[in-house]
Ligand binder design. Structure first.
Ligand code: DAK
Length: 261
């Protein structure tokens, strides 16, 4: 099946997961969710993709799940669908490579949750983020009640989740919801530039760092440190660890050419 609304564009080691459903403000319908899952799987599997940008284009990141479609769903429809809905965003969170969300315009509800699934978020100065589900009488279902408080802390998250209010880019930066605010025309290019740094980096080291951070955050410190110890030992099995340390000794820091093995 050819994807209609989500595609993976690959150039120079960077994969861009591009949401493209402009007529509906990139609303995340069931079809979009399924295509997002496929694009994330492709970005995970392809060895020529070393880092990923998630982008909705110049106008809007995503205005949330498709309210028109969702409004017709019954309790049992949702029970049947809920896991796959969450999996779409989780599939992006689990890409074992650096992932940056480039946010132009609105990132609301499921759109904000998609941005939260990235490792870092670059926002345009016209970006507007929020979790307005409560205003629809529902709650976030793609990680908003979990990833948002982990990122900005419980009280700031509860303020956003309880009120459903929209947050402009500068406030989002102050809250820690986004990491950089940039002129709208530059956001995607800056995100690609950030991702490009990893095109020639050691991919298994990056993968191990991401796993240690993400899994460790769910655990007590000693359990996290144990994961780190195991990952640290395991990374010595890669050729890149040999290459990196040998290159440092022979040529100084930061000059290694990694093979990605
Ligand atoms: N869904 C469907 N259509 C949407 C949409 C959405 N979320 N957002 C916008 N649109 C459509 C509008 O209906 C309109 O369509 P037409 O009338 O042209 O046919 C078109 O996009 C343009 O929107 P507006 O005319 O409203 O444009 P404005 O510039 O005036 O306003 C806006 C833009 C983004 C501020 C406004 O459209 C808005 O507030 N949109 C809704 C935002 C929202 O409430 N988002 C949260 C949706 S709930 C789950 C996982 C996740 C979720 C749920 C479950 N599970 C795992 C179970 C997530 C839920 C959500 O995201």
């Amino acid at each position: 099946m050819t994807a209609e609304f989500v595609r993976l564009d690959v150039a120079d080691g960077v994969g861009t997961i591009r949401l493209d459903r402009a007529k509906a403000m990139n609303a995340i319908s069931i079809q979009v969710q399924d295509e997002l899952t496929l694009a994330a799987a492709e970005a995970t599997d392809r060895s020529d993709v070393r880092a990923v940008v998630v982008w909705g284009g110049e106008k809007v990141f995503a205005a949330g799940n498709d309210v028109k479609e969702m409004s017709d769903m019954s309790y049992t429809d949702m029970v049947d669908r809920v896991q796959r809905l969450q999996d779409a965003v989780n599939s992006v969170a689990r890409i074992p490579k650096p992932v940056v969300a480039a946010v132009n315009g609105y990132a609301l509800g499921g759109g904000c949750e998609l941005a939260l699934a990235a490792d870092v978020r670059f926002a345009a100065d016209n970006a507007v983020l929020g979790q307005p589900e409560v205003l629809l009488g529902i709650i976030p279902g793609a990680g908003g009640t979990q990833r948002l408080p982990r990122l900005v802390g419980p009280s700031k998250a509860k303020d956003l989740l309880y009120t459903g209010r929209f947050v402009k880019a500068e406030e989002a930066l102050a809250l820690g919801l986004v990491d950089r605010v940039l002129p709208a025309a530059d956001v995607y290019a800056e995100a690609v530039a950030w991702a490009s740094r990893f095109a020639t980096a050691a991919p298994y080291a990056l993968r191990a760092i991401k796993e240690c951070v993400d899994r460790g955050l769910e655990l007590d410190l000693e359990s996290g440190l144990q994961i780190e110890r195991h990952s640290f030992s395991a990374i010595f099995a890669t050729e890149d660890s040999r290459t990196g340390m040998r290159s440092f000794i022979e040529n100084g820091p930061g000059k290694a050419t990694f093979e990605g093995r």
